[in-house]
Design a protein. Structure first.
Length: 320
């Protein structure tokens, strides 16, 4: 009996030992809780899409000086980006630009000859004439200055000296703003000149219809002649080697060169892009555009090529 009890106790002890051994040799594995990583979302920058106008093309007729000065190269892309319109520019003399407007072949004109602009407005072909900017015309000529006009204060006095010396003078001859200005100055000293007239003095030459200001500067330079030019075209191309002409007369208030933007009247020409013309006109006199015009050329020449004038009156325009 005692033997059986001892055997049972021994077996219990052995069983407890085996259980303890198994517990000591078993590794405990701790599993970290699973976490869910949210996918990364890339947010595209917000841009405001410019709605495309129903009639997106605008025909803008303007003087060659806005092209040759490169001002339109700066402004047109900005206008197009802001509004969704596409500008089709036609650069001709102011007279030809206004004729396009009078025929309904342009939507808006940007020109610089008040003497030609007023009949355009009076005919009701043009509406909403707005002052944009101004600069001044210059009388330029060969460095040798055969008529001795350099430094003359008054433009009419300089033209009188040119006439007295019978020094060659080249005119645009295209009814442009520059052309009408030179003819007006000669008229003031009693010399009547007109486009393509056989009665013009022999020393008064015409560059030919369609000749832009830069081309006329080249011709006058080649012919050792004087001419009248807008300040912007002259200064912006002075280092181009296209011409060799010096400034002879500047600063006379009579040489002021004023630019207006005018919409073509849709009531008279129903096919014009009235909304596009208004958008362009509003753009030209907007604060942002006027700020660009006011700074245009300062980086290269130390002063602006044009004076920004939106909101002013012509009577208030000061000297350049």
């Amino acid at each position: 009996m005692k033997f059986k009890l001892a055997s049972i106790l021994l077996m219990v002890v052995l069983l407890i030992g085996m259980i303890a051994a198994v517990s000591c040799t078993t590794e405990t594995t701790t599993t970290a809780p699973m976490t869910t990583v949210a996918p990364t979302t890339t947010v595209a920058p917000t841009t405001t899409a410019v709605p495309k106008p129903a009639n997106p093309e605008i025909i803008m007729a303007s003087t060659t000086s806005t092209r040759d000065s490169t001002l339109m190269d700066t402004l047109i892309p900005i206008f197009q980006q802001k509004t969704g319109y596409t500008v089709k520019p036609v650069y001709v003399g102011t007279g030809a630009a206004i004729t396009m407007g009078q025929q309904g072949n342009a939507d808006v004109v940007l020109v610089h000859s008040p003497v030609l602009e007023m009949p355009f407005m009076q005919s009701s072909a043009g509406i909403n004439r707005k002052l944009v900017m101004h600069n001044y015309f210059l009388i330029v000529g060969p460095p040798s200055d055969p008529a001795g006009i350099k430094g003359t204060a008054n433009a009419t006095d300089a033209f009188q000296k040119i006439a007295n010396a019978k020094a060659t003078f080249y005119s645009r001859g295209d009814n442009s703003g520059t052309d009408t200005m030179d003819k007006s100055l000669f008229k003031q000293i009693g010399i009547s000149v007109s486009d393509n007239s056989s009665s013009n003095p022999s020393w008064y030459k015409e560059g030919g219809t369609g000749t832009g200001m830069l081309d006329l500067l080249r011709i006058a330079s080649e012919k050792n002649a004087y001419t009248l030019t807008d300040y912007a075209t002259y200064v912006m191309n002075l280092n181009s080697k296209v011409f060799t002409l010096d400034v002879m007369v500047q600063g006379d208030p009579a040489l002021i060169n004023i630019y207006h933007v005018i919409q073509v009247n849709p009531a008279k020409f129903p096919n014009v892009n009235a909304e596009g013309a208004k958008a362009f006109s509003d753009f030209m006199v907007s604060a942002d555009t006027q700020a660009i015009i006011a700074k245009f050329g300062i980086d290269k020449y130390g002063k602006p090529v044009f004076i920004a004038d939106a909101g002013k009156t012509e009577a208030s325009l000061g000297s350049y």
